[in-house]
Design a binder for this molecule. Structure first.
Ligand code: NAD
Length: 249
């Protein structure tokens, strides 16, 4: 039996599937992953560019990295067949929630409705002083046309930060709670495009499996949790997920 048939068999009759996604699902949309082949952290040190400490000590370094390297790619990326397949599974009543480590907003753009973002979203910024939130598009002009090194709040002049969770910051409690509830209630989990090495996020597939849910891992490279999964598939999300959705719907 091939991996697709086996996955369809494992998920047959399951209607509370939770998808758990990482950077790999957006690789086919042109957004580099952190780890794995072509990963971003091979070239840039996360401690320097994406830590809360750097942001506090030298926000201009963070914003220069975001302005030149991250945002142009994130802004132009569009959902791919993998994102769309997960949205189809939800619309078809099989997927109860999608928990993502991604910050790109592509699941929502593909039509997914119940999306729990563990690491925030790069499409928004908030003021470190008054909490006011803005769309990134509105603020990006301050960095480019306005030539500001660090964008500032239009209300109070405070320093702005993307709503992405940086290294050294806690995960948002509401998202953690919602993810935990969805996982407690799930009868299967598909983990897609995650190296499953970042904690506490990588605990979620382990909790799902411990709670009796089927666990399927779809990732181009092996992960440390493959041994505990019912099935680990070495495949591209953009090919495997549409075929899986076709088989289940
Ligand atoms: P990761 O970079 O650690 O791992 C990505 C995994 O995806 C790798 O193991 C790789 O083999 C696999 N992969 C690459 N292309 C694939 C494809 N087409 N199909 C299936 N698998 C593929 O990613 P992670 O586990 O999400 O790491 C966590 C951190 O990365 C999170 O904090 C997240 O916020 C951040 N991140 C997000 C984005 C994004 O929003 N798109 C991009 C880069 C990093």
């Amino acid at each position: 039996m091939d991996a697709l048939d086996r996955a369809a068999e494992l998920l047959s009759g399951r209607t509370r599937i939770v998808a758990f996604t990482g950077a790999g699902i957006s690789a086919e949309s042109g957004i580099p992953t952190y780890r794995g082949a072509g990963g971003l952290w091979g070239k840039y040190d996360p401690a320097k560019f994406a830590s809360i400490q750097t942001f506090r000590e030298n926000p201009a370094t963070y914003w220069a990295f975001f302005r030149d390297l991250r945002y142009p790619i994130l802004r132009d990326a569009r959902p791919n067949a993998g994102h769309e397949a997960l949205a189809r599974l939800e619309a078809g009543g099989l997927l109860s929630a999608l928990v993502t480590q991604n910050i790109d907003g592509l699941h929502q753009e593909a039509g997914s409705r119940r999306v729990v973002e563990l690491h925030g979203n790069s499409r928004f910024v908030s003021c470190q002083q008054c909490g006011m939130t803005y769309g990134m598009k509105e603020i990006y002009a301050q960095l480019t046309e306005g030539k500001k090194a660090v964008p500032t709040c239009l209300q109070c002049g405070g320093r702005l930060k993307t709503t992405v969770v940086l290294f050294g910051e806690p995960l948002p409690p509401d998202a953690l709670k919602e993810a935990a509830e969805a996982i407690e209630d799930c009868d299967a989990m598909i983990s897609v495009g995650s190296s499953l090495v970042v904690y506490p996020a990588a605990l979620f597939p382990q909790r799902a499996a411990a709670g009796g849910a089927r666990l399927i891992i779809v990732n181009e490279e092996p992960t440390p949790l493959d041994a505990m999964a019912d099935l680990a598939v070495g495949a591209k999300a953009g090919s495997f997920l549409p075929a899986l959705a076709d088989a289940l719907l």
